[in-house]
Design a protein around this ligand. Structure first.
Ligand SMILES: NC(=O)c1ccc[n+]([C@@H]2O[C@H](COP(=O)([O-])OP(=O)(O)OC[C@H]3O[C@@H](n4cnc5c(N)ncnc54)[C@H](O)[C@@H]3O)[C@@H](O)[C@H]2O)c1
Length: 458
């Protein structure tokens, strides 16, 4: 098995970037759309050989990963074989949860940043769930696929254009799944809107709006462990959209991105970055490390994406200002619009009101358009929790596809396209909002790829 540590990975990434500049390909200032030479075969529609029981390993069982362990332990046809985390306390917490439930104690791996590689050497694991800090996603996903296992990676898939291509190339070379686990695509509202879009309720799609607006300054108080201990630093490293996929995933599926349309280019603008330094000044002593950082990520970043079919998508990111949560979740077509937060609909034909007025009453819309997956599994999903059931539903669906020989609902190209908005938005912001090409990670296959089948209407 080829093993990579984070330092090797970064070295390889910068060597690849340098080589691609020499060869005139991959990610130049505005040349990110040119693909490197393909190393394998497309994995669009990839169907892994059916698994009777899905044997699972976990890397990273902190705040998010522990929830995943719990969820997986409720899903029939799975066995949790091994868990790796560098933090002993959370590792033991997960192991105890499983043994308290009467399940077998998984093998535990810890002790160094690369302990996960020993776990990947096992031959009794089929899939690996990766819920580590962002900088680890790419090397861990690549090592997982190189070890012959399928990778399921938390959001975002990776951090740079080079990393995205390395992941895509590894998936194509190894013919393994690498799914970025965008849970929001499994929310009841998002599934219903997908169903409505597929049934033509909004007419021809024109425009979408997506966001991650979630006040998270309080995470700056997590210094030793937990999310804020590593995520805060990103506000001092990158001025752009740091976390684009939660809002963008569903809008992309509404628009059949990578399955008939694709992202073409973007332009991005950031507001001043004021909130994090003000919060640090107010909440921490002057000599605290939170007061040593130069916070550069604009409090609100707004990115506009143009698709090849001419549609537009606005994506916003703001985890700093005091305002209510929103992912926007807006889709506009020739016959009307759905918007989220709060949910509302206005239609020219087929609505209960004039399109000049929002209809906020969702009960009848749910009755008519709830997604078949939600009708089948929604109750169980809500019982098992996780962001209103979306987390459980995503896991249930992943395992269902693996056990029944179906293609996953999200593939490596989706994860790469939705995540690459982060580095490219920063590139645009730093260059007076210049328009930046978005790579076609499918290398042209988007033109013939079939839309998602989960709605049963292709
Ligand atoms: N989809 C969602 O709704 C959602 C919600 C929260 C977090 N996330 C994502 O989940 C991921 C994890 O976030 P979190 O909030 O759980 O952070 P966290 O810091 O609580 O957990 C990360 C865990 O990874 C472990 N870790 C770090 N380096 C490691 C290594 N080299 N080997 C093994 N373990 C290592 C840490 O010890 C920690 O336990 C992030 O990518 C985040 O964006 C997604």
């Amino acid at each position: 098995m080829k093993q990579f540590n984070r330092r090797d990975f970064l070295k390889a990434a910068s060597a690849a970037a340098a080589a691609s500049v020499v060869a005139g390909c991959a990610s130049g200032a505005n040349g990110s759309a040119i693909a490197p030479a393909q190393q394998g075969q497309s994995v669009i529609g990839l169907i892994a050989p059916k698994m009777d029981v899905v044997r699972v390993g976990f890397i990273g069982v902190g705040q998010r990963g522990f929830g995943h362990v719990k969820r997986m332990s409720h899903i029939a046809g799975t066995e949790i074989k091994a868990i790796c985390d560098t933090h002993n306390e959370v590792l033991e917490q997960s192991a105890k949860y499983l043994t308290d439930k009467g399940l077998a104690k998984p093998a535990l791996y810890t002790g160094s940043d690369n302990a996960y590689q020993a776990m990947l050497n096992r031959d009794d694991i089929d899939i690996v769930i990766i819920s580590t800090p962002w900088a680890w996603h790419a090397p861990m996903a690549i090592d997982t696929m190189n070890s012959g296992k399928h990778a399921f990676v938390e959001v975002p898939l990776a951090l740079t254009v080079e990393e995205m291509w390395q992941i895509v190339d590894t998936a194509e070379r190894t013919q393994k799944n690498c799914m970025m686990m965008e849970n929001v695509n499994y929310g009841r509202d998002e599934l219903m809107v997908l169903n409505m879009v597929r049934q033509g309720v909004f007419g021809e799609l024109l425009h979408g709006e997506a966001a991650y607006i979630h006040e998270l300054r309080w995470q700056m108080k997590e210094v030793e462990h937990k999310t804020g201990s590593w995520r805060t630093a990103w506000h001092a490293k990158r001025n752009g959209n740091l976390y684009p996929t939660h809002g963008l995933g569903p809008v992309s599926q509404y628009m059949n991105i990578n399955r008939g349309d694709r992202f073409d280019f973007l332009t991005s603008m950031s507001s001043p970055a004021l909130g994090r330094s003000a919060y640090a000044k107010k909440e921490f002593p002057a000599d605290h490390q939170r007061n040593q950082l130069n916070y550069i990520a604009g409090d609100m970043n707004t990115t506009l994406i143009k698709t090849v079919k001419g549609r537009s998508i606005m994506v916003q990111h703001d985890t700093t200002t005091p305002r209510p949560y929103s992912r926007h979740n807006l889709i506009q077509g020739t016959n009307g619009v759905f918007a989220g937060f709060p949910n509302r609909i206005a239609l020219e034909d087929g609505g209960s009101k004039s399109f000049h007025e929002w209809d906020y009453e969702m009960a009848d819309w749910y009755k008519k358009y709830d997604h078949p997956l939600w009708l089948k599994m929604g109750e169980e999903a809500q019982r098992n929790g996780g962001h209103g059931g979306m987390d459980f539903l995503m896991f249930w669906r992943m395992i269902y596809c693996l056990r029944n020989g179906e293609a996953l609902d999200q593939d490596v190209y989706d994860g790469a396209a939705w995540s690459v908005i982060s580095p490219l938005s920063a590139q645009s912001v730093s260059n007076r909002s210049a328009s930046i090409d978005i790579p076609d990670f499918t290398r042209g296959a988007w033109q013939s790829a079939k839309p998602l089948a989960i709605v049963g209407r292709e």
